[in-house]
Design a protein around this ligand. Structure first.
Ligand code: 3HC
Length: 309
């Protein structure tokens, strides 16, 4: 065992990849299943808030862009479930864990999307936050996860750009459209900061995940990076970020910003957000409605193998 552990630790220290057939500590495998499955669940649940606007998009162009984006999220979920399955779990078990509340998905998707400006702000801020979090994961120590992230990040930059371009268009529009964008920014700014997780001092998993080079930066480091990236974009857009403490700190060479409402994050994570029940119920119904597709695929596979279904 010591030799195997030594080889594992040396591989991680050298920034080389751990592959599915390599020996790995059980805690490493469990942490990966937890994080990658939650990441996958977040992608699939994340299709709902914007998906609700596909039939109501204001133009064919906006509809086509939104359709492509929501479809991408489904693909991201697929890559990530496939990466999780290399660790010996089955995606039907993961879907059950999600529906039964045994596994989490990102808090951000439990907020409502009452206006079309939310589609732009989700692209700009939520996918922007996802980019800050996912680019370092291209260097995560587990091979299948790192490789899944490369394509996800390429598509994520399209997601962020289309959202920002939508907002730029609305900000050149009527006063009502500008107010709609500002209202949306007010609602999504703080929940976007919470996507990066609790503060480092309150994060039970970060130290271990950093030691195994699953995570490459801490929650607070990535949050700071996101704030530094978003403030100039907000200025260019002509919107105000709802944080009176936001100020450039020349000494730190970062923006100082206020404290997110961690009690709200805890509440939303524990299921008490505005849309938690609706999101999980929608996922449960979609899974049940799709049972016939799974059964047909299994029957077809059995027939092809010449085995009676
Ligand atoms: N939403 C839900 N749960 C959260 C959370 C959030 N915003 N932040 C933290 N948590 C949970 C953690 O899962 C953990 O609970 P668990 O031990 O039961 O899993 C607990 O709160 C403590 O948090 P930690 O910081 O100790 O946990 P992690 O080290 O796992 O860090 C994380 C949390 C930063 C979200 C990390 O898991 C991560 O980087 N995950 C991969 C990226 C990801 O999942 N992003 C989510 C959004 S996906 C997305 O944005 C798609 C895009 O297309 C829009």
């Amino acid at each position: 065992m010591d030799e195997l552990l030594e080889h594992f630790e040396r591989t991680v220290e050298r920034d080389q990849r751990i592959e599915p057939r390599d020996w790995m500590p059980e805690g490493y495998r469990k942490t990966l299943i937890r994080q990658i499955a939650q990441h996958a669940h977040s992608e699939i649940i994340g299709m709902q808030p914007e998906g609700a606007w596909i039939t109501r998009a204001p133009s064919l162009r906006r509809k086509a862009i939104l359709l492509a984006k929501v479809q991408d999220e489904a693909g991201h979920g697929l890559y990530l479930y496939a990466a999780t399955e290399t660790l010996g779990v089955d995606r039907s078990e993961l879907t059950e864990n999600l529906i039964e509340g045994k596994q989490k998905y990102s808090s951000i998707f439990n907020y409502p999307t009452p206006s079309f400006a939310d589609v732009g702000v989700i692209g700009w801020l939520v996918d922007g936050a996802a980019i800050c979090n996912q680019v370092p994961l291209c260097r995560t120590s587990y091979g299948p996860y790192a490789r899944a992230m490369i394509r996800v990040c390429k598509e994520e930059s399209f997601h962020q750009r289309q959202g920002y371009e939508l907002l730029m268009t609305m900000m050149r529009g009527s006063k009502a459209q500008r107010e709609m964008v500002q209202d949306s920014v007010n609602r999504w700014w703080w929940p976007s900061l919470m996507m990066f997780g609790p503060p480092d001092g309150d994060s039970p998993n970060t130290a271990r995940s950093m030691a195994w080079r699953i995570k490459r930066h801490t929650n607070d480091e990535l949050r700071q990076k996101f704030v530094d990236m978003s403030v100039p974009q907000a200025e260019k857009l002509g919107v105000t970020l709802p944080d009176p403490e936001l100020k450039w700190n020349a000494e730190r060479e970062h923006y100082d910003f206020g404290e997110p409402d961690w009690a709200e994050l805890k509440r939303v994570i524990s299921g008490d957000g505005a849309c938690n029940a609706e999101r999980v119920e929608h996922r449960r119904r979609a899974h049940e409605d799709g049972a016939w597709v799974r059964e047909a695929a299994l029957a077809h596979a059995a027939k092809k193998k010449g085995v009676a279904a």
